[in-house]
Design a binder for this molecule. Structure first.
Ligand SMILES: Cc1ncc(COP(=O)(O)O)c(C=O)c1O
Length: 396
């Protein structure tokens, strides 16, 4: 029977993550491609989930999320950012940040409206915009260079030109996947000023907010003057507590943006897993008291340092990582210009899977030749990859 798909999805291919993970499995490669931890989540969240199931918190949650979780999220925001939050109207729980991203586009965009996206960009943004009938407006992030040695950067004139096209929305992902960039206060202040000048709303994807390294500081755009009223901040317990399969995400922002988000959410999933929401509530209350966030950063920093060392020892120069759990490696030194061909070869011949950075761009003209490696992996996993990657020196 001939296949049928609607126009709005017909252009979507299989994601590179599915393709590379299947290739990694087929060739017994160590998967440093897809971004999920290969180590267990903390005992306190797993015990809370088991207790919630035994306590029969097993029926539909209220549409905006379990009150206990929304209260814990509101308390966390007040603790971290000093603003009291109305948990009833200013917090919504979703099935991962993924659902929140799709809901936001469906809820806030009218067909043809534009959305600024910094590229390279997390792969869901452009399809979500397209599903909602919107038009992505890419603004390039450039890799560190002599003028900007420490961080990926964007050109102010290019950002201003994009705002001049009067976008309805801008998506800001910080800490950023795939580059590891953490947007600085001056960069965010510029974005905030432009949002206010052009009456643009902001959606911030802050799922890696706990993972910042090397003295970088994460600043939520919503905390800048004039931004609370026009920003929806998205987050995910999956990243924070190394339980990506649980799919508990949430949005924090003014009541009018939560109201719009819920208009979509109520017909997309309506509600998400009750016992896992309860467990995340317990974890959000406990984590600031039991040293979890401090240990999380320390352990990720060890993994980051080890993976950067392994890659550079193999002849793959690495770019600075300020946050999130990915490192970009320059494939040019090994004579490769096609990053897809490089990643396929690396997976099938060397036995280590990575993600070609070109998949994170809608326009690949003039992009740098990079591969993205994930360090949300046990030290032993990275150590097992080390001798395989060292073979690159010989073959390259
Ligand atoms: C930047 C970014 N946003 C959102 C997500 C998805 O979050 P969730 O697993 O909560 O749906 C990811 C997952 O990789 C991500 O990297």
């Amino acid at each position: 029977m001939p296949g049928r798909s609607a126009h709005r999805v017909a252009s979507f291919g299989t994601t590179i993550f599915t393709e590379m993970s299947a290739l990694a499995l087929e060739h017994g490669a160590i998967n440093l491609g897809q971004g999920f931890p290969d180590f267990p989540g903390p005992a306190f969240i797993k015990e809370a989930a088991a207790a919630a199931i035994h306590a029969d918190i097993n029926q539909y949650a209220p549409m905006p999320g379990l009150p206990r979780l929304r209260q814990a999220i509101a308390a966390q925001w007040e603790r971290d950012h000093g603003r009291a939050i109305d948990w009833q109207s200013e917090v919504t729980v979703t099935s991962g940040a993924t659902e929140a991203l799709c809901d936001v586009m469906l809820a806030l965009l009218d067909p043809g409206e534009r959305v600024i996206v910094f590229e390279p960009a997390y792969d869901a943004y452009v399809p979500d915009i397209v599903l909602a009938g919107g038009t992505p407006l890419p603004v390039r992030l450039y890799p560190p260079d002599t003028a900007h040695p420490a961080s990926w950067w964007f050109d102010e004139a290019e950002l201003r030109a994009a705002f001049a096209r009067r976008p309805a929305l801008i998506i800001v992902n910080s800490p950023h996947n795939p580059t590891g960039k953490v947007f600085t206060h001056p960069e965010l202040a510029l974005i905030a000023a432009l949002c206010q000048e052009y009456d643009t709303l902001a959606v911030t994807d802050e799922v890696y907010d706990r993972l910042v390294f090397n003295g970088a500081t994460h600043v939520p755009l919503a905390t800048l003057p004039g931004m609370w009223e026009r920003t929806l901040t998205l987050n995910s317990a999956g990243k924070t507590f190394s339980v990506t399969g649980w799919k508990i995400g949430y949005a924090v922002g003014p009541a009018h943006l939560n109201h719009a988000l819920r208009q979509a959410h109520q017909w997309v999933t309506f509600a998400t897993s009750s016992p896992l929401q309860e467990a995340v509530a317990v974890a959000l209350d406990e984590a600031p008291r039991n040293g979890y966030y401090r240990d999380l950063v320390r352990e990720y920093d060890e993994r980051r340092i080890l993976l950067c060392h392994v890659l550079s020892s193999a002849g793959l120069a690495t770019l600075p990582v300020e946050g999130a759990y990915f490192v970009s490696a320059d494939i040019g030194a090994l004579g490769y210009t096609d990053d897809r061909a490089f990643c396929r070869w690396l997976t099938t011949e060397i036995g280590v899977a990575a993600i070609p950075t070109s998949v994170f761009y809608s326009d690949t003209a003039g992009i740098p030749g990079l591969a993205r490696f994930c360090f949300a992996k046990r030290i032993e996993t990275i150590q097992t990859a080390a001798p395989r990657l060292t073979a690159l020196r010989v073959r390259g």
